[in-house]
Design a protein around this ligand. Structure first.
Ligand SMILES: Cc1cc2nc3c(=O)[nH]c(=O)nc-3n(C[C@H](O)[C@H](O)[C@H](O)COP(=O)(O)O)c2cc1C
Length: 397
């Protein structure tokens, strides 16, 4: 994902500096070239050797160190960077960045760099909430930098409040969103549904299916990384919800129908990856049915076919993609759905194939359109999402 990208990670003297080691490792494993610059105070918290070992690059700390070559190092590094993230960013380094002070290697290189910059404040709540720090953060935003809001929680100093550095995994997502994919979906509005609806039988039990939501989430994440504005309508799922989307909960088929139809009205692309239960229990309170003792049967009624409704009511130029889980006659059944429901593409998977379908992190799919059939190999769901989006963009050029 980060092949060919050069990322500078700046570290200043905050207790969260240890977390940045994991971030550097994550970036390197994703094939980024990572250069770490530390302030002198950062070295009090974690040794440069840790970052040198993880990044395979010298960890730069001193602006005036001579190394026998005559490049001006802070300028050279600044020129080659695709992205500059400072995590943790102390109140002190934020103040320097905001006012153009360049009195150490980190602040000097930061001032020299004109790549996208992401600053991650991490400090005691009182320092963070101090109007001086808040004004400095506003200045960074005014100058076009991204400032990540700190998490709220128990801080290392024992106080509770805003100021915690977000976890490395979240910072990795911020980096991916900035440089992880070409930005070929800017201005596109995408609606994705994901997860499994739950149809209540009574206050305790419900009917559902095995969908984990992972495939829909991967599609939403792919679109976000490529610059789209994504609305994600999610039913039940325990998978980690992708960041940077507008997330709307819709637990049952009725709520899913309501939310999806409302938000589809503005979408350029709709990907229905949620697994909607075909049936929902009839509400007993409406019925004059008396059950015999021990009778476990429940009357069911069909839920609305959301994909067909979207196909019948879509706005001009909207691309509609549905998913189809088949156990037999995959191609024939999917082609039938494509025509019947007025859909542009069906992503079909055969539940009998190992590694495909519900719950797994991989999928084996076939993309079926009116004129084409593209069988894919077994891939991660994230890679499948990329293939799906590539195909959609090809068809909507
Ligand atoms: C144990 C300890 C923890 C600290 N943690 C933070 C912190 O999380 N955030 C912060 O802004 N400053 C923190 N400081 C204060 C900074 O280290 C101090 O302001 C320093 O001058 C920052 O220098 P730098 O920005 O050049 O790295 C801490 C200091 C100590 C002694």
């Amino acid at each position: 994902m980060l092949n060919g990208k050069t990322i500078i990670i700046g570290i200043s003297g905050g207790i969260a500096a240890y977390k940045t080691a994991y971030l550097v490792s994550r970036l390197v494993k994703n094939h980024a070239e990572v250069h770490v610059i530390m302030t002198d105070h950062a070295r009090e918290f974690i040794a440069p050797l840790t970052f040198e070992t993880l990044s395979g690059q010298e960890c730069v700390t001193n602006t005036f160190e001579r190394k026998g070559h005559f490049d001006v190092e802070h300028v050279e590094l600044a020129k080659k960077a695709d992205l500059f993230m400072v995590a943790p960013a102390t109140a002190n380094i934020i103040a320097k960045f905001a006012h153009g002070i360049a009195d150490d290697m980190l602040s000097t290189t930061f001032l020299a760099a004109n790549c996208p910059k992401i600053v991650v404040p991490a400090m005691n709540t009182r320092m963070y909430e101090n109007p001086i720090t808040q004004d400095n953060i506003e200045l960074l935003r005014k100058y076009g930098m991204t400032v990540v809001d700190p998490a709220v929680g128990l801080l290392a100093c024992g106080d509770t409040g805003a100021g915690k550095m977000p976890e490395p995994e979240e910072l990795f997502e911020w980096i991916l969103r900035e440089v992880g994919r070409p930005k070929d979906m800017i201005g596109k509005r995408v609606l994705v549904s994901a997860g499994a609806t739950q149809e209540s039988m009574d206050p305790v039990r419900y009917i559902t299916n095995h969908s984990s939501g992972k495939m829909g989430f991967a599609v939403a994440r792919e679109c976000v990384m490529r610059g789209a504005d994504v609305t994600l309508v999610k039913a039940a799922t325990s998978a980690e919800v992708p960041r940077f989307c507008i997330v709307i909960d819709a637990v049952n088929a009725e709520a899913m129908f309501r939310e999806v139809t409302e938000h589809a009205a503005d979408a350029d692309i709709v990907v229905m990856a949620a697994a909607i239960s075909d049936y929902t229990p009839v509400d007993y309170s409406d019925q004059k049915i008396k059950k015999k003792d021990g009778d476990l049967s429940i009357p069911l009624k069909r839920t609305t076919d959301i994909l067909a409704h979207l196909g019948a009511n879509r706005k001009d130029g909207q691309f509609l993609c549905g998913f189809s889980m088949e156990t037999e006659n995959m191609l024939e059944n999917s082609r039938g759905k494509l025509a019947r429901k007025n859909v542009d593409m069906i992503v079909a998977n055969n539940l009998k194939n190992e590694g495909a379908g519900f719950g797994t992190d991989t999928n084996l799919v076939t993309l079926i359109t009116k004129d084409t059939v593209h069988e894919q190999v077994l891939m991660s769901k994230q890679e499948v999402a990329r293939v799906i989006i590539n195909q959609i963009l090809d068809m909507t050029k």
